[in-house]
Ligand binder design. Sequence first.
Ligand SMILES: CC(C)(COP(=O)(O)OP(=O)(O)OC[C@H]1O[C@@H](n2cnc3c(N)ncnc32)[C@H](O)[C@@H]1OP(=O)(O)O)[C@@H](O)C(=O)NCCC(=O)NCCS
Length: 200
Amino acid sequence: MSAPRFRIEWSSAGEELVVEEPTWDEVARVAPLLAAAYNDPHNRAMLTHDEDMTAADVVQSYTEMAEAGARQLLLYRDAVLAGDADFRSLEAGRAEFALLVAARSAQKRGLGTRFAIMAHAFGFSSLGLERSYVTMLAANLGSRRVFEKLGYTLDDSPQARRYTDDKDDLSMSVDRATFERTHAVALAEIRIRELAAIIR
Ligand SMILES: CC(C)(COP(=O)(O)OP(=O)(O)OC[C@H]1O[C@@H](n2cnc3c(N)ncnc32)[C@H](O)[C@@H]1OP(=O)(O)O)[C@@H](O)C(=O)NCCC(=O)NCCS
């Protein structure tokens, strides 16, 4: 299937932030960097990955997720890869969101919040989402705080719990109106562009 891919741009705090749906060449190029980030012990624990991933595993994961309909995003700060994110399980205006700021040295500096705002600007407009869900380990205070800043609140509804892996995981959600109200200033600055079609 052929479909447009999207690029989201934001000049924020003196940095050029880009969130982009990658080509397959780009996925192959960044796969070793993402594998290293996924395998970092802290990131791996927070992402609940059991085993180390190779670059080939990353490409395979991107392929399987794309086949399942996920919209995967690479995150760039001043043209340098900073992490990845995705909306998955897209269905009836709902999706689950996931986010990684790759380098431990880049975490806790506001990047995750800003990239998440950009991704949600895209999800709630171009993807037509009405509500987005996240799940996380209860110990993942950084993730919880980022999503609270996005406008998410704890959500223990059956729909939200469907995305969890473990009964102790936290589940949260945000609706489009709450997100757009909370981030109106940023949304006025963020640009969403449609790029040439790729084959999915
Ligand atoms: C979770 C993650 C995406 C957050 O992104 P980030 O860039 O580190 O977060 P930010 O700098 O935007 O922080 C936002 C807020 O959370 C706080 N925060 C971030 N990490 C924290 C931590 N480990 N403990 C406590 N608070 C934390 C920040 O102080 C900030 O709060 P403030 O604005 O009130 O001062 C990132 O740390 C990451 O990728 N971690 C590893 C993978 C992961 O956990 N992914 C999410 C899985 S659900």
